[in-house]
Design a protein around this ligand. Structure first.
Ligand code: ALA
Length: 462
């Protein structure tokens, strides 16, 4: 249990933990292409498939294109900082482990607690997006799910419980319990499929673009573009997931930066193109907010295309759910082994050797959140939580350059401290655009985290 808030965990201890847990060293089998595909696999999801429509309608109008560019730029700044950390400490557990190794226990706890937003709450959001496309494909088959069973009651409009979102989380969690996780081959297949669907949207949709739909381009002003960027920032979350594979990279020094920055660049280009096509295909007031890509194709009469998009989204989002829920269980596992969470979170199933109790507990909570909250509010919360984590990671880069100047840094983030400072300011800028209510939610979440931490510390001492 926590005692010394500045206690640091030596890097060698992380490696020893992992070897003990797996009974062997993790195999270093992943090259630059695998890592880039791993990044894309975690990135492309509800953000592009759903939030494009939400951000265009609610925040930015056709200038959602600029929102995607802005959010991509902020992510790129963060990517350089992540790349330095991930090559300096090629250990799994991402930002949580970095901060434990460098900044001490309290920071590790704060980041670990914050990452719950980035993984668990993001899984709720993605499940909600999954449900939208599931409903769309059923609708094409003539089956209509009543609003009471397809929308959470906190979303209003007669919502009750989002049953498909609830069930998909339970299904994916069950798969994780029995040890199904994404293999590199499986991931590569899904990435090719997702990318093909996105390229299809761009290529087939481009022919239906009516430039008058882009006018006015910025109906809600620059303020709307920034608010939209905060929301669609969600779409970029996942590139930092590449870092969790640092120990399995063949040549982490060279390949981690390629994987992180490469996957981000490819996704930025795809996102900007999709946003331009969708806002060009459909007048702003008609853009759908549950399954905008498929609906745009239905609107122009491309019904088979719409089904293909929905099917691609359903498969693609399922794989994002696997990545997020697996990542969450892995972070809780690490925190539990370090004594920051009860031992239950590290208990392995006798047969499947997976942290089954933690996976199911997280699964049920994530499913409940997905079933009752509106997607856009969840996404804003995830964005602000992740931006906060990026602020801490960037600050960590500056601190470490001073406190550990001689540590071996295979990839050095350029322009330190200017770049990390720019990253911090850019993240704060997007966070401000997300509005007061979202800040309040983050504040409450962090306050709960601190109460738990210091409560546990008190019990340990008392
Ligand atoms: N970036 C991921 C998504 O958009 C989380 O679903």
């Amino acid at each position: 249990m926590p005692r010394d808030i500045f206690a640091r965990k030596p890097v060698s201890a992380f490696t020893a933990d992992l070897e003990e847990a797996s009974g062997r060293s993790l195999k270093r089998a992943l090259g630059p292409i695998d890592l880039t595909l791993l990044g894309i696999g975690g990135i492309i999801g509800t953000g592009i498939f759903v939030l494009t429509g939400v951000a265009a309608r609610q925040d930015a109008g056709p200038a959602v294109v600029a929102s995607f560019a802005l959010a991509g730029l902020v992510s790129a700044l963060a990517a350089f900082c992540y790349a330095e950390f991930s090559t300096m400490l090629p250990i799994s557990g991402s930002a949580y482990s970095y901060s434990y190794a460098t900044l001490g226990e309290l920071f590790a706890w704060i980041i670990g607690w914050d990452l719950v937003i980035e993984y668990a709450v993001a899984a709720s959001t993605v499940a909600s997006g999954w449900s939208g496309y599931f409903g769309k494909i059923l609708g094409q088959l003539g089956i209509h799910i009543p609003v009471a069973f397809s929308t959470g009651f906190l979303a209003g409009h007669g919502g009750g419980m989002n049953v498909p979102a609830f069930l998909i989380i339970l299904a994916v969690s069950s798969l994780l319990v029995i040890g199904v996780r994404e293999s590199t081959t499986f991931n590569s297949i899904i990435v090719v499929l997702k990318t093909a669907v996105i390229l299809y949207v761009i290529a087939a949709g481009a022919g239906y673009v009516d430039a008058t739909n882009w006018n006015p381009f910025m109906p809600f002003g620059w303020h709307g573009v920034v608010a939209g960027a905060g929301l669609v920032f969600f779409a970029y979350i996942g590139f930092d997931g590449v870092t969790t594979a640092a120990e399995e990279a063949r040549n982490p020094e060279r390949d981690m930066p390629i994987g992180i920055i490469g996957s981000l660049l490819i996704c930025t280009a795809l996102y900007i193109a999709v946003a331009a096509v969708i806002t060009g295909m459909v007048p702003l007031e008609k853009i759908d907010v549950t399954a905008p890509l498929a609906q745009a194709f239905l609107d122009v009469g491309l019904n088979i295309g719409a089904s293909l998009i929905s099917a691609g989204a359903i498969i693609g989002l399922t794989s994002v759910l696997l990545v997020l829920l697996y990542g969450q269980s892995r972070i809780f596992f690490a925190m539990s082994r370090d004594g920051l969470l009860p031992p239950m979170f590290a208990r392995l199933h006798p047969r499947y050797r997976t942290p089954h109790l933690s996976t199911m507990l997280v699964g049920v909570l994530v499913a409940i959140v997905a079933a009752i909250f509106p997607l856009d509010e969840l996404a804003r919360f995830v964005s602000i939580g992740t931006l906060a984590a990026f602020v801490m990671v960037s600050a960590g880069i500056i601190v470490l350059r001073r406190t550990e100047p001689d540590m071996h840094r295979p990839f050095r983030c350029p322009f330190v401290p200017a770049l990390p400072i720019a990253c911090i300011l850019a993240c704060l800028y997007l966070m401000i655009g997300l509005g007061l209510v979202t800040w309040l939610r983050l504040g409450i979440w962090m306050a709960i985290g601190l109460v738990i931490y210091f409560g546990a510390a008190e019990r340990a001492i008392g």
